[in-house]
Design a protein around this ligand. Structure first.
Ligand SMILES: *Cc1c(COP(=O)(O)O)cnc(C)c1O
Length: 294
């Protein structure tokens, strides 16, 4: 077997089926997977350009941790607004939250009723030295980095003489899948809605522009609630691990389950883009243990 170290693309066999995986989870421990590409334009931005970054969202979010790491590197203040943190998490911050706080993130908790207004203010009240990044990094700013990712895929595809390529990656906001589809019109981009349902994902993507024709939102036979423990997802995670690669329990496990359900209908080569998020697994595995599923 040959490895393609430049772009971290390797063959991967799962349940006797052949895939390729782009190992972008290996890019950096904190700023990894698709968050690396979504924040790529900011990674390239000189420190002097901003003093602070402002964002909001969930307190175990991978995007939050990536932004905290970026701000730590740049010496920017990082202000993050969330809904109230659950008491158990506050007493003993774990996973992404504890790492982000260690990296200097300033957390602002806002009551449920005031949250929407507060986010609106954050969006509007910026000066030139303060940058606002929407939840999950769902921003046109992500396009530059995703185009870079697309360039790597294209070069690999040409070197391998692969005529028709399916590219698979899970969606939260859909930003990654959307810009990938735009940048690679001759490839077929397959994703699934992990956060809400298909209609919600479509809405999120339409905020970025018209839906590209080469983008398909796959659905599985079962719908999982976001970030909740399920025995099937834990089994999927272990199967993937046994096959040689760790994926995240929230997005990766769901995407692989859906992908395997549709795989028989796919004739062309499948390339899975690893979207990172492995540091979130520790707190998810704790929850599985807590619920005695592990
Ligand atoms: C953020 C994230 C996603 C979703 O990316 P979007 O661009 O918001 O669709 C998928 N997988 C992992 C592991 C993530 O952290």
């Amino acid at each position: 077997m040959q490895n393609y170290d430049d772009f971290r693309i390797e063959p991967f066999i799962l349940r006797n089926k052949s895939f390729y995986v782009k190992r972008d989870e290996l890019l950096d421990p904190l700023l990894s997977g698709n968050k690396y590409w979504k924040l790529y334009a900011l990674i390239q931005t000189p420190k002097e350009r901003y003093k602070q970054l402002v964002s909001y969202g969930g307190t175990q979010s991978n995007a939050m941790l990536s932004m905290a790491a970026l701000c730590h590197d740049k010496g920017w203040d990082f202000h993050y607004t969330s809904k109230p943190v659950p008491a158990y998490l506050k007493e003993q911050p774990s996973g992404n939250l504890s790492k982000a706080l260690d990296l200097g993130m300033v957390l602002h908790e806002v009551g449920h009723d005031d949250y929407a207004d507060c986010v609106q203010h954050l969006r509007e009240d910026r000066d030139t030295e303060s940058l606002f990044v929407p939840q999950g990094g769902a921003d046109p700013m992500a396009q530059t980095g995703i185009e870079q990712l697309a360039g790597e895929i294209k070069q690999w595809q040409q070197a391998q003489h692969i005529k028709r390529l399916n590219i698979v990656t899970p969606s939260g906001t859909g930003t990654t899948a959307y810009y990938l589809a735009q940048a690679l019109p001759e490839c077929h981009i397959l994703t699934t809605a992990v956060v809400g349902d298909k209609a919600y994902l479509r809405e999120q993507m339409e905020m970025l522009g018209e839906l590209p024709e080469n983008l398909t939102i796959l659905e599985g036979s079962k719908k999982y609630h976001f970030a909740k423990p399920y025995v099937e997802l834990l089994d999927m995670y272990h199967d993937l691990l046994d096959a040689g690669i760790a994926f995240d329990l929230i997005y990766g496990a769901v995407m692989w389950k859906v992908l395997l359900q549709h795989h028989n209908m796919m004739e062309d080569t499948v390339l899975y883009i690893h979207s990172g998020g492995l540091l979130g697994n520790a707190s998810m595995l704790d929850r599985y243990k807590h619920q005695r599923m592990l």
